[in-house]
Ligand binder design. Structure first.
Ligand SMILES: Nc1ncnc2c1ncn2[C@@H]1O[C@H](COP(=O)(O)OP(=O)(O)OP(=O)(O)O)[C@@H](O)[C@H]1O
Length: 428
């Protein structure tokens, strides 16, 4: 069955053709009846978009941009599947709202990880290429020591560092007009970054700031808080059954035990390196341990998690992004937002579970369906194809996977682990 993975190595031509087809299909999240010109964007931003090779908006861009750009500005809570172009929607809004003649910070954007903040910044810079936009990071260890004043138009960062810069008045918020939360459900979750994000909000003006929340998922327990955080927002929502992306085929492998998971991963190595792959573990130490073992056995893999220092994290993700590393073993730290087109396989070495800091070993640990959606969404970006494989190894992990399957109403198909010999013969 996995032989079909060679399908993924499509030529650029095929990708372009299927993308055009999908953008012409009203049922696709990539569909749009309009052009970017019709969405009311400034000429300089249109130039930036065409320079990036964007020819038509996706559904979320077509629906959200007119609402986001209308005056007076209105808040937005926007949901759309992974890899469907939410970033462009909020980046174009920030760039449209900035008055470039003022050297003052006018747009703030928060993301849950430094990797995602850096990626968003690269989109701001690329889409703003034909504007005089000035940008600055609010992420750890990225500011010149002793920096006392930031006046960049757009500041992108993570909530802890942003709070610090706002508290110390390094950023003057008096002209802030737009405040964006990417991965908003995660940013507002009380078990996650909720408190820190609220602190940032309390440090910016109470009125006159357009609040924009985007994510592929908005679980019930954050919806209410999101509506309070962004009052009277325009809402674009998805139904549960619309959440999973068509292009991602989901599989599972029945492993005998924890050790067998490792053996299976090693035997998949060749397959993992046909394109690029991300292997998700629940814990940092698992990511380190399996990457050390695999490296010792002569396989080239990289590992990334939040316990590494900032410079190392940047180097690891940049190496992966540029294709120098093909297999990245990681934790939930990059489950969200990371956009690397060549990633055509995701492995859930451990299934994502709720209660990160709590009882994930207990028998009633619940699967974290939102994180699952985000993890597998690292592949199948903007109409591309991808594969996800879950490792299950006992009754408990089996039933956790079943719950994910039920919640998403999407069949996860079994691959026999003893098909491996056949799979090893896969060649591009
Ligand atoms: N209109 C467009 N035409 C062509 N490519 C596009 C368009 N919009 C976005 N893309 C590309 O699609 C990819 C996915 O976009 P993006 O990262 O914004 O997805 P997302 O919806 O934010 O996903 P996630 O929920 O995983 O964060 C990016 O590589 C982006 O450059």
């Amino acid at each position: 069955m996995l032989l079909a993975r060679t399908d993924l190595i499509s030529s650029t031509f095929e990708v372009t053709v299927t993308l055009a087809d999908q953008q012409a299909d009203p049922n696709s999240p990539l569909f749009s009846a309009k052009t970017f010109e019709e969405l009311g964007l400034h000429q300089d931003l249109l130039k930036g978009l065409y320079d990036l090779g964007f020819s038509k908006p996706s559904k979320i861009q077509e629906r959200a941009l007119p609402l986001l750009l209308a005056n007076p500005p209105q808040n937005m809570i926007g949901q759309s599947q992974s890899g469907t172009g939410k970033t462009a929607a909020f980046v174009l809004t920030m760039l449209s709202r900035v008055d470039f003649s003022k050297n003052k910070t006018q747009a703030l954007c928060l993301a849950p990880s430094r990797e995602l903040a850096r990626q968003i910044m690269s989109v701001v810079v690329a889409m703003g290429k034909f504007t005089p936009v000035q940008t600055e990071y609010a992420i750890k260890d990225n500011l010149p020591k002793g920096a006392s004043r930031i006046t960049a138009h757009v500041v992108v960062g993570t909530p802890g560092t942003m709070t610090d810069l706002l508290r110390r008045k390094v950023i003057d918020t008096s002209e802030v007009k737009v405040f964006v939360l990417d991965e908003a459900d995660n940013m507002l979750d009380q078990d996650g970054l909720g408190d820190q994000t609220l602190r940032v909000k309390n440090l910016i003006p109470r009125t006159g700031v357009q609040i924009i929340l985007f994510s592929a998922t908005f679980p019930d327990h954050v919806r209410n808080f999101a509506s309070k955080f962004a009052p009277s927002a325009n809402k674009i929502e998805l139904q549960r059954e619309e959440l999973s992306v068509e292009g991602i085929r989901q599989f599972y492998m029945d492993c005998r035990n924890e050790e067998h998971k490792y053996d299976i991963l090693v035997s998949l190595y060749q397959l993992l390196t046909i394109g690029q792959s991300i292997i998700f573990c629940q814990h940092r130490h698992t990511a380190d341990r399996i990457s050390q073992r695999m490296s010792a056995e002569g396989h080239k893999v990289a590992s990334l998690h939040g316990a590494k220092d900032a410079a190392e994290r940047d180097a690891i993700i940049d190496n992966f992004r540029e294709g120098r590393d093909k297999v990245l073993i990681t934790t939930n730290v990059i489950a969200r937002g990371i956009d690397i087109m060549q990633v055509n396989m995701v492995v859930n070495y451990d299934l994502p579970l709720m209660n990160e800091r709590g009882n994930q070993h207990s028998n009633d640990a619940k699967p974290d369906v939102e994180t699952y959606i985000h993890r597998i969404g690292r592949t199948g970006r903007f109409g591309r194809k991808g594969i996800s494989i879950n490792f299950v190894h006992d009754r408990r992990t089996w039933s956790q996977m079943e719950e994910i399957e039920k919640t998403l109403n999407k069949k996860i198909i079994r691959i026999e682990t003893n098909d491996l010999e056949e799979m090893e013969e896969v060649r591009v």
